[in-house]
Design a binder for this molecule. Structure first.
Ligand code: PEP
Ligand code: MN
Length: 373
């Protein structure tokens, strides 16, 4: 059960204390307070855990300060979409809005290599009015002898270049809690020229201790990739781990499943799950066509598989695209074979716009037919 307070009820107010006192006197009920910080208003939500069936919903709703009460299913208490749950989706970070209605493109380098390549990438993004990118500094690699990323030493110049080219959010994978501190320190040292969305990769989707630590910090939003060999339910519970610790600014990322059934793609593309995640949760949904497909193969129509699957995700309502680009893919230190080139950036963006327009038309078609269809 969630008790949602009126936005003007501050934690130090009498109404707030009265609601918590009321709940404290109920047997076998534990409370957990969440602040949902929105651009227009901050909402306090009190999550009730325990014997909630015994509670009187109408009585709680009649308390001064309470806006409404939502009964929730056991699953995904914080990130889930519950019955009669009309709460807004998404969040704003560093001036960029992330929700289940919009679409943000994060084109960039799988792995940061040289300042020249990072600058070329960011300049191209600015030229094409892009304010988000992906830049990997900490790379989890299958082979211990492969390049593991430049780590913290590249952060200051990556952030400064981002500031120079108006990049507002960088998706950056972290594999250890100390990386969060390193990113925070580098942003502080460089005067916050940009923002960072912490990415939890598919190999760490069930690294519960990492999830708890990342969930406890509120400064950075999180892109959580679906685990490549676990069920959807397990991956959504991983998102709930983050949210249950206090950080519900989460984007959920589909990146394909590891099975030979998807051959010759690197992973079995799972973008049919975009609407499923939107139905089960309130998280914006990201697709990663690069790590799903893993190559630059194209169909007889000349269109790359990476672009075909991007369109499939977007036409199904995806809210974010994480996609590998590189100025010189042959020189990329990680995942060059799947990278798109800078010359392909305007083409990619236009192709995405076509798919997005088709999605919007599908939505208005649906509302035109209402419940008759
Ligand atoms: C990545 O995005 O660079 C990456 C390693 O993705 P994943 O965790 O999905 O393999
Ligand atoms: Mn990669």
């Amino acid at each position: 059960m969630i008790v949602i307070l009126h936005p003007e009820v501050a934690p130090e107010s009498r109404e707030y204390r009265a609601v918590l006192d009321y709940l404290a006197h109920k047997p076998n009920i534990k409370t957990r307070v969440h602040q949902e910080v929105g651009s227009l208003r901050t909402v306090t939500e009190i999550y009730l855990i325990g014997d909630t069936m015994a509670l009187d919903r109408a009585e709680i709703e009649s308390l001064p300060g309470v806006e409404r009460v939502v009964r929730i299913s056991e699953e995904y208490r914080v990130v889930g979409r519950h019955q009669d749950d009309t709460r807004a989706t998404g969040f704003e970070y560093n001036g960029v809005r992330f929700d289940q209605d919009g679409l943000n493109v994060f084109a960039g380098l799988c792995a940061v290599d040289t300042p020249e390549h990072v600058e070329l990438m960011m300049r191209a993004l600015k030229t094409h009015a892009q304010v988000c990118t992906r830049m990997g500094a900490y790379k989890p690699r299958t082979n211990p002898y492969s390049f593991q990323g430049h780590g913290k030493q590249c952060l200051p110049w990556v952030f400064e270049l981002a500031g120079k080219y108006g990049i507002k959010v960088i998706a950056m994978e972290i594999t250890h809690d100390k990386h969060v501190d390193e990113i925070r320190e580098a942003l502080e040292r460089t005067g916050h020229p940009t923002g960072v969305m912490l990415q939890i990769g598919t190999r760490n989707t069930q690294n519960f201790e990492l999830l708890k630590i990342v969930g406890r910090q509120r400064e950075f939003p999180v892109l959580l990739k679906r685990g490549f060999g676990i069920t959807m339910e397990e991956s959504l519970n991983a998102a709930e781990y983050l949210a249950s610790e206090g950080n519900s600014r989460i984007v959920f990322g589909l990146r394909g499943m590891k099975t030979n059934m998807g051959d010759p793609h690197r992973n079995f593309v799972d973008f049919a799950h975009v609407p499923v995640v939107k139905r089960l949760t309130r998280m914006p949904v990201c697709i990663d066509p690069s790590h799903s497909v893993g190559s630059r193969e194209h169909a007889p129509d000349g269109i790359l598989d990476v672009l075909h699957v991007t369109a499939q995700g977007v036409i199904a309502g995806a809210n974010m695209i994480l996609v590998d680009f590189h100025p010189v893919p042959a020189k990329a230190l990680v995942d060059g074979p799947q990278a798109l080139t800078l010359e392909e950036l305007p083409y990619f963006l236009e192709d995405v716009a076509i798919a997005r327009e088709a999605y919007e038309k599908r939505r208005s078609l649906r509302s035109r037919f209402g419940n008759k269809a």
